[in-house]
Structure formats: C-alpha cells, structure tokens
Design a protein. Structure first.
Length: 221
C-alpha cells in the first residue's frame, strides 16, 4: 500500500500509540514540507515514545522552517517530562545549529539531575559551534559522570578554541583508554606544539587503539 499524506495522517490520529509511531516513521517517505507540517502536533503527543520519535526527526525536517522548529525544540527541551525527549531535543538543536538556544541549553545543564540530558547538551555544544560554549565545556570536564566528561573533551575539540589545549592535555594519563582515545581525536582538531607533544606521548600508549590513532594524528598536525 502506498504511503500518502492521508494514510499517514490517519495513523497519526489513531488512539493506538503503536500506529502513531508507525505514522511518524512513515513521514520519511513523504515530501519534507508535508512531513514537517504533519509532525508538528505529534511533538507534544501524550505518549513518550511517540514524542521521542517525532522530536528525533526534527533534525532532518526542521530545516523547512527553522524558527518554528526552534520554538518546538525549546519547548520540549525545557518542558518535557521525559529525559529521553529532552535529550533528543538537544541533539536536534545541535544538528540544526540553532545557536539561539544556547542559553536554554546552558540553563538546563545546571538545572537537570539527569545525566543523559547533561550528556546530550555537552555533546550538542560541539556541533553547535558557539564560542560561548567554552566555559560550560570547561565546567563539564569536571563532571562526576564519565560520559559527560568524555563528551566535553570531544566538544572542546570540535569548538576549535586553542584555550582548550592546556585543559585537555592532562587527560593523556587518564586511566580510561576510551577517554585517551577521544582526547587524541580532540587534540588533532586543535593543533599546535603542545598538542604535538601530547600526541607523541599518546603514540606510545599501552592501548593499541589509542597509539594507532595518535600515530595517524601526528601525520596531520
């Protein structure tokens, strides 16, 4: 059966949340402008899984109208009751580079008790590329949550601010090899003499994956 605006609308209007999720998934087969129109009411669906599926698609559909998308994502970021949906909203904000939402992300990072939301915010800041992110990323380096700390390392690399180099180089001796691996990737994006020195040390790392990544990085910095 072919997927049409009408068939998807029928699924999205169903009382069965499984059918509504199916409808959200089928939006991918419609013209983006039509899909964007239909997805907007679903972003506030009463079912968490439906809201999550809808918000997660805004990173591709949101380009149809960035201002409307910003309003939708800000609402879910700040007001949704489920951390998964808030995290998805943060991810979409980064993907669409909606720098207007930076202060909302910063505020929520300090307010939420949910590590998943904090992680998504910090990971998003790298994509967002807003220079204002530096201080928050520096703060996140000291997070008690390892995944948030690792995300901060990556995002500082993405941000490309040379001030990050002295903050990052101490992690070359971190006990977690995955942190050291992410560090190599971040340092490669920053460059400079101090970076090269750290990479030379990491090129002899006891973990093969880290050493190989650092050796490859030395050829490009």
């Amino acid at each position: 059966m072919s997927v049409t605006r009408e068939s998807v609308q029928q699924l999205l209007s169903s009382e069965d949340f499984g059918k509504r999720i199916s409808g959200v998934n089928q939006l991918r087969q419609l013209e983006p402008s039509v899909a964007f129109e239909l997805i907007q009411p679903v972003v506030t669906d009463k079912n968490t899984r439906v809201r999550y599926a809808a918000v997660s698609q805004l990173d591709t559909l949101g380009g149809q109208d960035l201002q409307t998308t910003l309003t939708l994502l800000r609402d879910r970021l700040l007001n949704d009751s489920e951390p998964d949906v808030q995290a998805a909203a943060a991810d979409a904000i980064g993907a669409l580079k909606l720098t207007e939402a930076f202060e909302d992300l910063q505020w929520l990072y300090h307010q939420t008790p949910e590590w998943l939301v904090q992680f998504s915010i910090i990971a998003t800041l790298g994509e967002l590329g807003d220079p204002r992110s530096f201080e928050l990323l520096e703060e996140a380096l000291n997070s008690d949550t390892g995944l948030v700390q690792t995300a901060a390392i990556s995002s500082l690399g993405d941000l490309g601010d040379a001030r990050a180099v002295p903050l990052l180089t101490p992690y070359a001796t971190n006990s977690d090899w995955q942190v050291r691996y992410r560090l190599v990737q971040a340092l490669t994006k920053l460059g400079g003499a101090e970076v090269r020195s750290a990479l030379e040390t990491l090129a002899n790392d006891e973990k093969e994956e880290v050493a190989k990544e650092a050796q490859a990085a030395l050829e490009s910095v």
